[in-house]
Design a binder for this molecule. Structure first.
Ligand code: SF4
Length: 458
């Protein structure tokens, strides 16, 4: 029985990131029960594509047609000037009948109750909920679901879930801030007008220079992923070498959270929703991580008798930093706070492309025919001889060795460039938005470049 006295379903909701309309579709295709996304403003992801008003409406329709849910993040820590602009936006989301608003600022919460009164309120991890009394407090404010802070141990989560009448959600996968549940000022401080970090970011970025990049307003430059040295107080300008190796010292660089091995125990606690971080991440990440956790949840719920190996492979084949279970098992097998000092991330595979219908990238989902020519929108440079892996939602894959291919007009190509449409025959069925990955070559590629911008909180 669960904490409400009902029979346990052991099947928490799987909540995936939908940083664009395409990724919303991919998340649902690979098994998400719900996606979280945001509009162009107020969603703490200033660098993400995000969805405009029409896309939000379409994404909501897609979700509801599939019998699934969509939550919209309005989790900015608002300034007074934001509050005026946010009101019509909340009214619009209310009209759309989205399934939840993710908030962290109490002022925004009050406005949500006023201007989007029909939409359930979910509390963001940014609110740092770490105990059962806080859960009760937020429930009293009209919040129906709370995403717990990432600092909590298994025992603490267990205690909170057991005493909560409110839905409990937790992150199970993705990038983490070294300041786990946020409120981090590193980016804001280092990008003050004229600050050294602001100049460095401007020099290394193709984007226009932008100062005052606060993580709490969705513009984190991720300085925790930069390489750092020490300077002794009385020796300004003399850098103290603290290099882990020749690549530098990533002393603030948190490992990525991965709780796939803990899905069963967490589901049995009665956690209501498992959330995957990554609105800034790419289509391959969304497809791979969603299908891995879909398989794991269904397996733990007794709905499949899968082999765990493919789940693990999916998570290893995406760009990621070394994995950690974070604070969940603190004091047992790991130290609780895990930084990766040597590398920024590991990348063994990339997105080769997405299957498209031959009639355009926005063609409605429909099955392909085995043996017929398929269309692939290349997302990497592709050449004959590469072995493509087509990911199926059930956890299996089809493989195809690329021998020859042509453009959409039938001209044979020696190579395909990213964002071009190519076609070729395969001997299995495919479907639009199917993700196709390709190996980067022998061995893992370790990189010292940051993967994404925007903070690592949601
Ligand atoms: S990702 Fe941004 S908000 Fe998170 S710890 Fe790093 S600098 Fe701070």
């Amino acid at each position: 029985m669960d904490r409400h006295g009902a029979p346990k379903t052991l099947k928490p909701e799987l909540l995936s990131p939908g940083g664009s309309l395409e990724k919303v579709r991919i998340a649902f295709l690979y098994g998400a029960d719900a996606v979280y996304t945001s509009g162009k403003d107020f969603g703490l992801r200033g660098f993400a594509h995000n969805l405009d008003s029409e896309e939000l409406a379409l994404a909501t329709r897609i979700a509801h047609d599939l019998g699934k849910k969509i939550y919209v993040a309005v989790n900015i820590f608002a300034r007074g000037r934001d509050l005026v602009k946010i009101e019509p936006y909340l009214e619009y989301l209310n009209e759309l009948k989205v399934d939840g608003l993710i908030v962290s600022d109490p002022g925004v919460l009050l406005l949500c109750r006023q201007y989007a009164a029909d939409v359930p309120l979910h509390l963001s991890t940014q609110a740092n909920t770490t105990n059962g009394l806080s859960v009760r407090f937020w429930a009293g404010q009209g919040v129906s679901r709370i995403n717990l802070a990432r600092e909590l141990s298994f025992e603490e989560i267990s205690g909170i879930v057991a005493g909560s009448e409110t839905e409990i959600e937790m992150f199970v996968h993705g990038a983490m801030c070294m300041s786990y549940s946020g409120r981090c000022l590193m980016s804001a401080f280092l990008t003050l007008p004229g600050a050294a970090g602001a100049k460095e970011e401007a020099a290394n970025s193709s984007r226009p220079p932008l100062e005052n990049r606060s993580a709490n307003r969705g513009f984190c430059t991720q300085p925790c992923r930069w390489s750092w040295t020490l300077v002794e107080e009385k020796r300004p300008g003399e850098f103290f070498e603290v290099e882990q190796d020749g690549r530098g010292s990533y002393i603030f660089n948190s490992k990525d959270l991965c709780l796939i091995e803990e899905i069963g125990p967490l589901a049995r606690l009665g956690v209501d929703a498992f959330k995957i971080e990554g609105r800034m991440k790419g289509a391959l990440y969304v497809a791979s991580v969603t299908r891995a956790y879909r398989q794991a949840i269904d397996f733990c719920a007794g709905l499949s008798s899968g082999d765990k190996q493919p789940w693990t492979m999916d998570l290893e084949k995406i760009s990621h930093r070394p994995y950690t279970k974070g604070a969940l098992l603190a004091g047992q097998s790991n130290p609780g706070v895990d930084v990766e000092t040597q590398i920024s991330y590991v990348q063994t595979h990339t997105l080769a492309g997405l299957v498209r219908s031959g009639r355009g990238p926005d063609e409605a989902l429909a099955g392909g025919d085995a043996g017929s020519k398929i269309y692939l929108e290349a997302r990497s440079r592709l050449v004959p001889g590469q072995r493509l892996e087509f990911l199926n939602p059930d956890g299996s894959s089809f493989f195809h060795e690329l021998s020859s291919f042509e453009d959409a007009l039938g001209n044979r190509l020696a190579q395909a460039h990213p964002n071009t449409l190519i076609r070729f025959c395969v001997d299995f069925a495919v479907f639009p938005f199917q993700a196709v990955r390709v190996s980067n070559g022998a061995g893992a590629q370790t990189c010292t470049e940051s993967l994404e911008l925007g903070g690592a909180m949601m």
